[in-house]
Write a protein that binds this ligand. Structure first.
Ligand code: SF4
Length: 225
């Protein structure tokens, strides 16, 4: 069985996807990845749109040794399968336009939700200002700062790219961090309970419109507590 993070490619080669710390890698990790790519792949590394890194063109004979090397360097292999995928974070922690510590929030969400099993896959993105509104709207759960309520967050639910792109729906309720975490947990649970492979969150919600209402009701109650 192919482990999580290993992707079968053309001509019977494999790619290994390494998940960093919400898009961040240490210099030492990058050196180790470069060495692994040179030893077991074709010496090339690809950066993905979700801030992961892929080691390319690994032959089947090299998989076992490469996996041992990845483990030895404490690298995180993953970001594939029917799971909550790598949490995306913009540069809002250091970017002058960032309205809060985006990376800190993203790593907290990564600790809580990354790798959870879901019907197909679920993408969470955390963004620091209006410049990434389009990106927030293209996540299953996109998080933006609230512009009406400083220090709070707003979410976009059900965005999709792929072959049927659609913007996520904005839920116009400002949440503090604890409420945001409860909201994400609730939405993932709804997806897990009601979705069937290969349905994405949006499909599940649109085929059961009462679930949209359930989410709105939950968030409304959450902020009244
Ligand atoms: S979305 Fe805003 S805060 Fe984040 S990197 Fe872009 S400009 Fe900076």
């Amino acid at each position: 069985m192919i482990p999580a993070g290993i992707i079968h490619q053309k001509n019977n080669f494999y790619t290994a996807r390494i998940v960093g710390n919400c898009g961040e890698f240490s210099a030492q990790e990058l050196i180790a990845i470069a060495q692994i790519a040179s030893t077991y792949g074709n010496g090339k590394i690809t950066a993905t749109s979700r801030g992961t890194i892929e080691i390319e063109q690994i032959s089947p004979d090299n998989i076992e040794s490469m996996l041992a090397e990845i483990k030895a360097h404490n690298l995180r292999l993953g970001g594939t399968g029917t799971t909550v995928r790598a949490i995306v974070s913009c540069k809002g922690t250091t970017c002058t336009k960032g309205l809060y510590d985006v990376h800190a929030l993203a790593t907290e969400l990564d600790d809580l939700f990354y790798g959870q099993i879901v019907p197909k896959k679920l993408k969470i993105g955390v963004f620091g200002c209006i410049n990434s509104l389009g990106k927030a709207k293209s996540q299953d759960i996109g998080i933006m700062p609230s512009f009406k309520n400083p220090h709070k967050f707003e979410i976009y639910i059900g965005g999709l790219l792929g072959n049927s792109p659609v913007y996520g729906q904005h839920i116009d309720i400002a949440l503090n961090k604890e409420q945001l975490i409860c909201a994400i947990k609730f939405i993932i649970e709804i997806y897990q309970k009601n979705g069937k492979y290969p349905q994405r969150l949006r499909k599940v919600l649109d085929t059961n419109p009462n679930l949209w209402q359930e989410i709105t009701d939950y968030l409304t109650k959450l902020i009244q507590k």
